[in-house]
Design a protein. Structure first.
Length: 396
């Protein structure tokens, strides 16, 4: 049998659209119910025994799937979410794309989808952003972003639970509206006793579609009660894991007087190894080591209640690629203003009792949250140079 062909970005072929869209206004974005994507996408197919086809950059459009495609029946689907940023200096940038492509590789492996060289995927992502950036993120939109969504699905016609023998990798770019932070900070409702987002031995650490759809029911209830998202608890102990689809951080003063910034650990594979999460941890350990201790460890909702009663809670925030909720419709929006990819949390409601957490004025980030958010925003938008950021040359 011949060697299987690897995913190879150097074999990319390009067919440009002859019917380009007009870039919609911000008003049209906010009033529409569908995600608007840019003019082009990249696809590459895979077959067992043959490997990867040559990638294609082509006009954005429908995919051809049989009703018996394995992704439609057995959740063979994973994805990533990352952004392209238009800096204040006019340059186009991406942030830690290599972390996203390696996590994507891990997610694909978790659900038996084919493997690939993540560096080749990174090249394809950068190529698509290079092609679309000038039109969809022009220089007069400095401070804005585009949302990039690589996805892989099982496409073989197979009504049976088995390893997919055909798959499709595709990359699309969403043109998304800004969503401002909730006035007064984000308010969380703890998850109900009869529902969990992930579990030990499961797949909560992988970015697969099956992690998200089942969580919407609980989030709808949170919105109905006047909250913004669910704080997901785990086990009879009530361990704090994630806030909606974002990583959850708490800064408090321990009983020994030491300030500690803590977030749930990765070792039990309950939570996603978020790129923003990892960046927050690394920056805080490097730049705030004389002020706070940064830990990845388990802590419970009762720990937070006790700390609140003793006035030891200092700050809290959610960190992610910036997933927000439209509280009027309950829609999950994979976008928000650059200011709010780190969102301060002002309140947690647990079993009839409020846990109030200090924020800055009007719910804006308090001191440590603001510092971390500022450092990351400076990198993303070109106000500070850093090895985590890649400048993307643009196709004229």
């Amino acid at each position: 049998m011949a060697d299987q062909q690897p995913l190879d970005a150097s074999k990319l072929t390009c067919t440009y659209t002859s019917n380009p869209q007009e870039v919609p206004s911000k008003a049209a974005l906010r009033n529409g119910s569908e995600t608007i994507c840019t003019d082009h996408m990249i696809t590459a197919s895979w077959k067992a025994g043959a490997g990867w086809s040559a990638p294609e950059l082509k006009p954005f459009g429908p995919l051809g799937l049989l009703p018996s495609a394995s992704c439609l029946h057995y959740a063979y689907e994973c994805f990533e979410g990352l952004k392209a940023y238009r800096g204040e200096d006019g340059k186009l940038r991406m942030f830690r794309t290599d972390r996203n492509t390696r996590r994507f590789l891990m997610s694909a492996g978790r659900i038996s989808l084919p493997q690939f060289d993540p560096d080749e995927l990174e090249k394809l992502i950068h190529k698509l952003v290079s092609v679309e950036g000038s039109k969809w993120l022009p220089q007069d939109r400095a401070g804005d972003f585009l949302y990039v969504r690589p996805t892989m699905i099982g496409t073989d016609s197979q009504l049976g639970v088995t390893t997919p023998r055909e798959a499709l990798l595709y990359i699309i770019i969403g043109y998304t509206p800004r969503v401002d932070t909730p006035v007064g900070g984000k308010r969380l409702l703890t998850s109900p006793d009869d529902m969990v987002r992930s579990w030990v031995g499961g797949f909560g650490y992988a970015k697969v579609g099956a992690n998200y759809g089942p969580s919407v029911l609980a989030n709808q209830e949170a919105i109905r009660q006047g909250y913004h998202q669910i704080l997901w608890l785990y086990g009879t102990e009530g361990f704090c894991t994630e806030a909606g689809g974002s990583n959850f951080f708490v800064l408090w003063k321990r009983k020994d007087g030491k300030k500690e910034l803590m977030t749930a650990p990765l070792d039990d594979q309950l939570i996603l190894d978020g790129v923003t999460r990892r960046s927050c941890i690394e920056l805080a350990r490097e730049r705030l080591k004389d002020e706070i201790e940064v830990t990845e460890r388990k802590f419970t909702i009762e720990d937070l209640q006790e700390a609140a009663a003793e006035n030891r809670l200092i700050e809290s925030f959610a960190a992610g690629t910036a997933v927000s909720f439209d509280t009027s419709s309950g829609m999950i929006l994979d976008a928000d203003d650059s200011k709010w990819f780190i969102t301060p949390i002002s309140q947690i409601h647990h079993r009839g009792k409020d846990i109030n957490i200090p924020t800055g004025p009007d719910g804006r980030p308090a001191e440590i949250t603001g510092k971390i958010k500022g450092w990351l925003g400076d990198m993303m938008y070109g106000r500070a140079q850093h090895e985590w950021v890649t400048e993307i040359p643009e196709k004229s």
